[in-house]
Design a binder for this molecule. Structure first.
Ligand code: SF4
Length: 104
């Protein structure tokens, strides 16, 4: 569950700084006034989620850096998985030595 209560958020950006997944970005839409003080100002992750294209239009330089880093991490993980699969296949294809005869 992820909620932000915008009635108390002071836009300090601490959540942006500490997010371990780089998943929280500050928006530039500040006009969120409403007549309902409580529930309409409590935003859940569906209210807050934006497509990557939105982040790219908002902060193109940072978005390019994040996209490049994530693509490199994804490629490294795919190569690691591929190497592990090859090693597993090689180990499975290796002939099993015959059992030693029992000592007499
Ligand atoms: S910016 Fe983030 S950490 Fe700061 S008050 Fe708002 S929700 Fe909390």
């Amino acid at each position: 569950m992820f909620n932000i209560d915008t009635s108390v958020c002071m836009s300090c950006q601490i959540c942006v700084e500490v997010c371990p997944f780089d998943a929280i970005k500050m928006d530039q839409v500040f006009e969120i006034a409403t007549g309902e003080r409580f529930l309409e100002l409590l935003l859940d992750r569906h209210d807050l989620a934006k497509p990557n294209s939105y982040f790219q239009s908002l902060r193109p330089t940072e978005a390019a850096e994040v996209d490049g880093r994530l693509a490199a991490e994804r490629k490294a993980a795919e190569e690691k998985a591929k190497a592990a699969a090859l090693a597993k296949a090689a180990a499975a294809a290796k002939p099993v030595p015959p059992p030693k005869p029992p000592a007499a």
